[in-house]
Each structure stands twice: as structure tokens, then as C-alpha cells.
Design a protein around this ligand. Structure first.
Ligand code: SF4
Length: 284
């Protein structure tokens, strides 16, 4: 009997498989949810573009069979913004990690949200720099152990949903890699949304973060997510900060409307220059 083809294979560059990710890593689950969300969104594949930064999550762009860009460290969002402005017909999705997006890339994140750049940002938050050996990132919880904090981290981490909402994102959600159905739904909504949409995915890095903090293997970390996640759609994002080994509040928190950067630009130019102004539609 013939085995049916795996429905996600057509979205992957199978010549790049096997991937480099560790056993138990949450990245494969996130990619699986993403390709199913893309399929459900109804956008043709030639209108989807994925941009990654550097790190374990940065490899996502290389595995997806769409126009994709594995860019420089922390700069995925400016690449994505430029791509969207050059060709506004594209759906541009940034797929990157907490270290890349919120450390060296933090400045880009807040300004893209403030401008309401019409892109989706998906952050795999595993609380560590995986590819370079497990250093602290801007989301590592206080007291967690890391390569650069062997006696326990002393800083306060970013609360990513609150940061995204307060800087202007029009769609904000957080799920763990255990919540695959909710995550797929959120990804689909975020892709279909006009404006800056943001999804945080709390995801296991058993090799570095999990091992150092005695959280067990990938399966045990997923059990932890199942037992310690609380779904609170519409929760006040100011109350979503995460503490080490604490509860993880998940849900869709923000879904609002405001003009995207390009819509606001064209409206302003029409107001100032009159009906003779031809709205900007890209250069490609
Ligand atoms: Fe995943 Fe961590 Fe391995 Fe990187 S080091 S592939 S984040 S488990």
C-alpha cells in the first residue's frame, strides 16, 4: 500500500533535510504549524516571503520552499520592511529567535511596530542563544542559569506581548509549542492581518536552556507547558511577564486596527498633493 505524501513536504526544501535542529527542539513543531497556517491562509506560495535572522531559528528561512532570506544578525526586520515596501503585494513574515529579534534587533522591532509596517513577526522564544552555546538573551527569566550567568541571571526579562502592544502592534498573541491548533489559528490570522502582527512562541531548547536549568528533555518540557500554561484571551499584556518555572499565560491579546505605514503614507500624500497623486504601489 502506498504511503500518502506528507502534506507539509511541498512547503519544504527537502534537499536540505535532515535539518540541523536537536531532538526535542520546538522549532520543527513551529515550522509545521506555520506551513499549515500558510496553506489555510489561502495566499499563493509565490506571494509569501520569509525572512530570518541568525541563530537556530534563523535556519527556518533556508528550509522553507518560498522566497526566503537568511539575513544578518538582528536585521531580519529591516530586510523584511524593505521587501514589503519594494513589493507591497507580498506577505512578508519574519521568523527569528528571542536573541536575534530583541537583543541586537530590538531597536528594529520597536520602530517597525511603531510605524505599523505591514509584516508579521514570529518569535521563537526559548530564552537562550542556542546556536552560540546558551548565553542569556533579553527574555531569559531572572534566576535562570545560562552560559553567561552560571550563578543565576540577575536581569528582568522583556515581556514581549506588552512590548509589542505598547509600541503599536495591531495583533499580538503568545502560545507554546504545545498549543499547535491555537498556534496555527493565530499564525493564519496574523498573516491575514494588515499591519504589524506579532506572535511569541514559547519553545523548548532542551540541549542548552533545558539541560542547564534541569528542565528535562523536550518531552518533559512539553509536559511542563501543558501543565503550566493558562489561556487568557484578551488578557492585559502588562500582566504577561514570565518568571522562571512560573505559569505561562497564552492567548490572543490584541487584535485592533490602525493604518499601516504605506496606507498612512498614501493618505498623507493624497491630502497634501491632491487627487493627482498616484498612490505608491512598489517598485517591483
Ligand atoms: Fe533547538 Fe536549542 Fe538545539 Fe538550537 S540548541 S536546535 S534551539 S534545542
Amino acid at each position: 500500500m502506498l504511503t500518502p505524501a506528507n502534506p507539509v513536504h511541498k512547503y519544504l526544501r527537502m534537499d536540505r533535510i535532515p535539518h540541523i535542529w536537536c531532538s526535542g527542539c520546538g522549532l520543527g513543531t513551529a515550522v509545521n504549524c506555520f506551513v499549515r497556517a500558510v496553506e489555510a491562509s489561502g495566499f499563493p506560495l509565490d506571494t509569501i516571503s520569509v525572512v530570518s535572522g541568525i541563530g537556530c531559528t534563523g535556519r527556518v528561512a533556508g528550509y522553507l520552499k518560498v522566497d526566503s532570506f537568511h539575513t544578518t544578525h538582528g536585521r531580519a526586520i529591516p530586510f523584511a520592511t524593505g521587501l514589503k515596501l519594494a513589493n507591497p503585494n507580498l506577505k512578508v513574515i519574519v521568523f527569528s529567535g528571542d536573541g536575534d529579534l530583541f537583543s541586537i534587533g530590538g531597536n528594529h522591532f520597536i520602530h517597525a511596530a511603531r510605524r505599523n509596517a505591514d509584516i508579521t513577526v514570529i518569535c521563537i522564544n526559548n530564552f537562550t542563544y542556542g546556536m552560540t552555546g546558551g548565553q542569556i538573551t533579553p527574555t531569559t527569566p531572572t534566576d535562570a542559569i545560562a552560559a553567561t550567568a552560571p550563578y543565576g541571571h540577575i536581569e528582568e526579562p522583556f515581556n514581549l506581548p506588552s512590548l509589542a502592544e505598547s509600541t503599536g502592534a495591531v495583533y499580538v498573541a503568545r502560545w507554546t509549542s504545545f498549543h499547535v491548533r491555537q498556534l496555527m489559528k493565530s499564525m493564519k490570522e496574523a498573516i491575514q492581518k494588515t499591519g504589524f502582527s506579532f506572535i511569541e512562541i514559547v519553545s523548548p531548547c532542551p540541549t542548552l536552556y533545558g539541560r542547564r536549568n534541569r528542565l528535562g528533555d523536550g518531552l518533559e518540557m512539553m509536559k511542563y507547558y501543558r501543565e503550566n500554561s493558562v489561556i487568557k484571551n484578551g488578557a492585559d499584556t502588562r500582566e504577561l511577564g514570565m518568571v522562571f518555572n512560573g505559569k505561562i499565560i497564552c492567548g490572543k491579546f490584541v487584535d485592533r486596527e490602525r493604518p499601516s505605514f504605506l496606507d498612512a503614507y498614501n493618505a498623507k500624500m493624497t491630502e497634501r498633493l491632491g487627487p493627482s497623486y498616484q498612490p505608491y504601489k512598489g517598485i517591483l
